[in-house]
Design a binder for this molecule. Sequence first.
Ligand SMILES: C[S@@+](CC[C@H](N)C(=O)[O-])C[C@H]1O[C@@H](n2cnc3c(N)ncnc32)[C@H](O)[C@@H]1O
Length: 300
Amino acid sequence: MRPFLKWAGGKSQLLKAFEARLPEPIKESKYIPRYLEPFVGGGAMFFYLKTHYQIEQAYLFDINPDLIICYKVLQKNHQELITILAELASTFMAKDQDDRKSFYYQIRDRFNQQRMNLDFLNYNNTWIERAGYLIFLNKTCYNGLFRLNQKGEFNVPYGHHKKPRFYDADNLKKINKALQNTELICGDFTEAEKFVTKQSFVYFDPPYRPLSSTANFTTYSRYGFSDFDQKRLAAFYKKLDRKGAYLMLSNSDPKNENVDDDFFDSLYQGYKIERIPARRYINRDASKRGAINELIIRNY
Ligand SMILES: C[S@@+](CC[C@H](N)C(=O)[O-])C[C@H]1O[C@@H](n2cnc3c(N)ncnc32)[C@H](O)[C@@H]1O
């Protein structure tokens, strides 16, 4: 199983490093009684673990309602979603370059208009169409970004991909199955608290702290995450630690930019902090795509 979206901060290249650092009982038994991911995004870690480990119960959270709509549609109506995606993909592919671009903007407009009258709280058929639009836009827009303007409109430009890979029906079927004993919750990461029990495994992948003041390219605009939120998260981490759960958190290392920046070292003092090499893909400046470290912070 692989992520069905390209998502900023996707963790595919770090999965082996995370796996090597799973709690010992999970590594030995290949069994996870309760898995929680408060910032699921593209879900690279969840899909990897679900493929290689037996997860009894999973709880996935994200503050982005359109993303959670996609997951819920995959959980309930993946066949209809595949039909919609097949139609969008074949209409797009039958066009020449210029027409593809205007088709992209047509779908982007529809997606933005749909938002005005959408019932975001109760599952309904419009969600299926909306999930199709989001996946289509994600595969054809610039760099797979998800960015909203102040009015809440998706405003990423067309991406000029030669051969977009819209979806893989087999993968979507597997995802549908994987989501059957999974709770999908749209909200702030703190919503996870009531589901965390002793022995739960929680993996946190919060939005990166921008490497520099100009590096706002990877931020999630209206779902932005400030230093205040990072501090809120560290307090939450400590709270869940006291519950006896296993906690793993990853983040970009601010020391990549400034060796004296001890922001996370002081926030997570007393926990196991490791720095591992990573490559960053979504960065406008090619020179910043080189070797940088990722932080992994564990309470075990
Ligand atoms: C770095 S991404 C996660 C990447 C993901 N693990 C992957 O592999 O693709 C962070 C996610 O956190 C979400 N987010 C931002 N603020 C949040 C908050 N306060 N509570 C929950 N989720 C939040 C964003 O919508 C985004 O999807």
